[in-house]
Write a protein that binds this ligand. Sequence first.
Ligand SMILES: [Zn+2]
Length: 180
Amino acid sequence: MDNQIDERYQRGKVYKIECLTTGECYVGSTIETLVLRLRKHTNKRNCMAIQIIDRDNFEMTCLELYPCDNRVQLEFRERWHYDHTPNIINKQRPRVTDVERVEKRAESVKSYYERHSEEINTQRKAREEAYTETRKEEDAAKQQEKHDCPCGGRYTHTNKLKHERTQMHRMYLATLIEEN
Ligand SMILES: [Zn+2]
């Protein structure tokens, strides 16, 4: 596709529609004349250019005559202008490949983390502290949990040894031995 030759693209050109009220710009490319292209823009309501055209205070200029072999080449040139024109309102950068899209997404995630690193670290720390706190409370609760002993008494984890030395518990053990 990139190396196909289509003679019509010898008339390739990149144009800009600039709003003289807001300074917003729309960049496009075509093999038609600018007059014809503008007429088509006027009828195409779903294109961003219509916002500028509707305000009716704009200038359409040819940024570059770009004779080339095909649409792909022309769109890559359009993309160069897209990247170098301020206040662009085009919805999409022309000819963005899947690889570039993935890279861009990764980049924006990375820059998000960079911009919010302090916030993210603070939140993580708070989560860790809350977790530690919860664990401490759970541990404390576990320490206080009462266990029923076969002797009929009860003991908590921390005073198990103490319980085993109580008269009640030792009596129980003694009865066990007697029964056997
Ligand atoms: Zn006991």
